[in-house]
Design a protein. Sequence first.
Length: 479
Amino acid sequence: MAPNSLAIRTKAVFLALFCGLASALLPAADVAGEIAQAAAEAKAKQWEKARDRNMQLLATQLDGLTEDQAATCYKSLVYACEKLDPVDVDTMLKGLDALLLKPNLQGAKALVTGCQAAIWDAWKAENRDGAAQIVDKLLAYTQGEPIGGAGMYVVKIDHLCKNGKMVEAADLAHKVIQTDRTVGTLNTWLCTQITDAMVAGAKADGNWGRVATGWVDTMRLWDTSKAKPDGKADGAVLGLFRTRVLPNVTKAEEAEQVAQMAAMCIPTVIRDPARCHELQKAIVLAYVQTGQKEKAAAAMGTLYQTCPTDRFDALVDDIAGILKQMDGSIARANRFLDYVKFGTVGPDGKAGTEDDTVNPFPAAKAELSQEAVSAYQEAIAGNWKSTWEDKRAQAMLYRYLDEPQQALKLLGEAFSLAPMQPEPLQLVVGDMTNVLIQLSGNPADGERLAQFLKFGKEGQDGKAGTDDDLADPRAPFLK
C-alpha cells in the first residue's frame, strides 16, 4: 500500500535537505514536546512558526511519529498554512509528500480531515491545480480507492472536465459515489457537479444507463437538510435527473436498472420521506420515458400512495400531466382527478352505487428484485427507537410495500408519541389521513379522522351518549 523502505528513506532525506531541516530522530518525549509547542504556536496565532515546526516534524521525524501523530501534524500544518496571506499551498503539498511516505495511514481520521481542508483551501485560493494535485497524491497512496467523503474529490473531477478528460472525470465520479456509503454527505452544488461530470462522460462514451444508476447513488448521498420544499414538483436533484439524464435514457433495460436500483435505495433512506418520494418519481419517469406504460402506471400508484403530506398538491398536478402525456388525451387524467376528489365511493360517498369511481392505478404493484426485497427486510429488522419519527418511518416502509393496515397501526403509535407541536402532528396526521383514505376509498373519512383526533369519541361537547359522539374511522382497519 505504501512505497518500499528504500524509497521512503531516499525521499525523506531529499525532503529534509530541500527544506533545510535535516536532523537526527528525537526521543519520543521530545517529539511530544515539539507537537505541543506547535499547538501552542497555533493557539498564539504564530502561524509561520506553527507551519515550520509541523513541517520539520514531518520532514525529519516521520519514523518516530505514530500514524495518528503524523496525520495530526499534517492537519495542523494545513491549518497554519490556510491562515497565511496568501494561503501557502506549496507547503501543504510538500507536507503531504512527507506524510504519505508513512505506511498504514488510512485509519487515521486526521489524514482525511487534513487533506479535505487542504483541498478546499487550495480551491478557495483559486489554486485549482494545487487542489487537484492533493487529490492525485491521496489517490496514489490509496491505490485509487477514495477515502473520506465524496465532496473532497469534486475538485479533481472539475479539473479533469476543464481539461477535456470527460470519461476520466466520469469514472472518478462513479467510483467516489459508489465508495462513499454515508447518507446525506453532499450538498446540492456537489450533487450537481458530480451529475454534470457523469453526463459529460456519457456524452463521450454513450453509456447513459451508467449515468442513470449513478444518479441514484447521488440522490442517496444528497444532504436534504437545507433543501426545504419550495412547492415545485421536483426537488433540486430530481430536477437534474429529469433535465440532464432522463432525455438520454432510451432503452427499456436502462429504465429497469434505474427502477430496481432506486427501489433498493428507498428503504435505506426511509427516514427521509422527501428523498424516497424523489426516488419513486424517478422510477415513474424512467418507465414513461421508455414507453413502458403498465410499469409506469404501477409505479405511479406507489408514488401516489406513499406521497408525503407536504408534496401532495404538487404530485396530483404532476401525475395528471404524466397521464395526459402517456395517453395523448385527458380522459384518464380526469378520472385520476375524480379519484383524488371522491375516492372509490364517488360523489355520493357510498360504495356500491352507480357513481363509484375506479382506482386509475393497477391493482398489481411493480415487482421488486430480490435485492430490493432484502433491503426492505433489513430495514424492517433495523434498530428502531420508540419515537414518533421512527414510527412514522416504519409506517412509510409498509406503505411502500403496499401494506396500509400495518402502516395505519404504526402511524397511530407515532401520533401517541408525537409532541404537542404543530409540525410533527401535522406530518403524522397527514400521513394517517392518506393511508386511511387508501383503505376506505372515501375522502370524507379524512375529515372524520380529523374530528375524532381533535375531540375524541365523546365529540365536541365532551359528553358520552350525546348526538355528537364520534366513531373512530380507523377502527374497521385495525382489527
